[in-house]
Design a protein around this ligand. Structure first.
Ligand SMILES: [Zn+2]
Length: 112
C-alpha cells in the first residue's frame, strides 16, 4: 500500500525539492504549527506527475501537503480512494466531496 509522506509546505521551492515526478496520490490542508497538526481538506491524485500537480496547487488556499508515490495511475487511484474514504468521504469535511474518478476501467477498492 502506498505510504504517505509529509507534511511539507505547499510552496514551489519545497515541492520541487521533495516531490518526485511520478504518479501518486496527495492530500492538501492547512498547517497549524501551534498544534503541530495538519488538517487535511482535499484529497487528489496525479496519474503521471505528482510534482506538477502540487506545483499547480501551490499559492492557493492550502499551505501543506502529503503525498504517496504509486507505480501506476490505477494504484494512485487506489491510494486516493482509500484516503478519501478514511477522511470521511461525502460525510467528511473534505473540500473534495465528490468520489474520486477512476483513470479508466478500475473500481474503487473500498466501494466494490
Ligand atoms: Zn469508493
Amino acid at each position: 500500500m502506498a505510504e504517505f509522506l509529509g507534511p511539507i509546505l505547499l510552496d514551489q521551492k519545497t515541492v520541487r525539492s521533495r516531490v518526485p515526478r511520478l504518479a501518486g496520490a496527495f492530500a492538501l490542508g492547512y498547517a497549524r504549527p501551534q498544534e503541530s497538526a495538519v488538517f487535511i481538506s482535499f484529497v487528489g491524485r496525479a496519474d503521471t506527475n505528482l510534482q506538477a500537480a502540487l506545483l499547480e496547487r501551490s499559492g492557493g488556499p492550502y499551505t501543506a501537503c502529503f503525498w504517496a508515490v504509486a507505480a501506476s495511475p490505477e494504484l494512485a487511484y487506489a491510494a486516493e480512494c482509500k484516503l478519501w474514504h478514511e477522511m470521511g468521504g461525502p460525510e467528511g469535511d473534505l473540500d473534495s466531496a465528490v468520489h474520486p474518478v477512476p483513470p479508466g476501467d478500475v473500481c474503487c477498492p473500498i466501494c466494490e
